[in-house]
Every structure is written in C-alpha cells, then in structure tokens.
Write a protein that binds this ligand. Structure first.
Ligand SMILES: [Zn+2]
Length: 178
C-alpha cells in the first residue's frame, strides 16, 4: 500500500486540534481520529480525569465513536491517527477493533507500546496485522505535551508561592498579636 504522507499530515492536524481541546480541560493533551475511505468516522480527546475513567484515552474514545457510528465492533480498513505513541491498553483495543493501520506523531518513551517500551504490534500473540507509520508532525505533537507540562509546573509553583506567602502573613500577624 502506498501511503500519502501529505494526507497523513492533514489528518494528524485534526488529531492535534483534539489534543488542544484536552489541554483546555486540563487533561494531558492527546488527540485521535479514525479515518475510513477518506472520511473521519470517529474522534477522541484524552479525558480520563474529567470522565473518572482510566480507559478514556484519546484512542479508545475515537474507536468507541467510530464503532458506534459504524454500528460495528470491528473497523477493518480503518486508520487510527493519534498525536502520541499509544500505550499497551490502546494497542490492545486497536487489535480488538481490527483496524488496518496506525499513524502516530511523537514517541512516548515512558509508556509507548509500539516502538519505545514494547513492540506490541510485532508480538506473535497479536493475531492481526496492523501497519504503522510514526513521526508524522512529531515536533508539533510533542510541543503540545511539553507546553502543557511546563504550564502545569508553573501553576504548581505559583500556587506554592501563594501558600508560602499566606503562611508568612499569618505568622507575622500572630506575632504582632502576641
Ligand atoms: Zn492509551
């Protein structure tokens, strides 16, 4: 199968928009879409915290959305685009869904199960063959993540400083009273 890299980038841009919407909800910014016959059939934004659901990763949400729309628990011929390398759970779900191809942006060194910590798609126990391409708009996909975590660190720092300042004020006031 000849892959059209400009089409891959175009679809990845939509996944990036979904990642931005995760960040706006204070969720780790990952976005995913499912494409079949040149059409988006499912979309997902990472949301486990807000949904109180550890399985609410972008890929799972996109697969659920696509399966519901197709009224089919399997998605043969479909391609899943995700901004960050999928984890073990999400690769497992893709195998169950029988998608044909996976495209991801940046690698995830800590939990990536495709090339980083594991090569699950090549594992003999995976009874279906899923092709994959990586590195599509990788810089943009990882920049959203780095930006999100840097902002979160700044917020925590500012909060800590505010707490310290408040404690300092309280101590000074108590001393004055005595
Ligand atoms: Zn996952």
């Amino acid at each position: 199968m000849v892959q059209d890299s400009s089409a891959d980038e175009r679809w990845m841009r939509r996944a990036l928009q979904l990642a931005e919407s995760s960040a706006a909800n204070n969720e780790v910014p990952v976005g995913a879409i499912v494409v079949l016959d040149n059409k988006i059939i499912g979309e997902g934004a990472n949301g486990p915290i807000g949904q109180c659901d550890p399985t609410a990763h972008a890929e799972i949400q996109a697969l659920r959305d696509a399966c519901e729309k197709q009224a089919n628990y399997r998605l043969p011929g479909a391609t899943l685009y995700v901004t960050i390398e999928p984890c073990t759970m999400c690769v497992g779900a893709m195998v169950h869904a029988r998608i044909s191809r996976l495209v991801f942006g940046a690698t995830e060194p800590k939990s990536g199960a495709v090339v980083s910590q594991n090569n699950l798609l090549a594992h003999p126990a995976m009874n279906t063959h899923i092709e994959f391409s990586d590195g599509v708009l990788a810089d943009e996909c990882s920049a959203i993540m780095t930006g999100f975590f840097a902002k979160r660190r700044d917020k925590k720092k500012a909060l800590k400083e505010a707490v310290n300042q408040a404690e300092l004020t309280t101590t000074t006031q108590t001393k004055r009273k005595n």
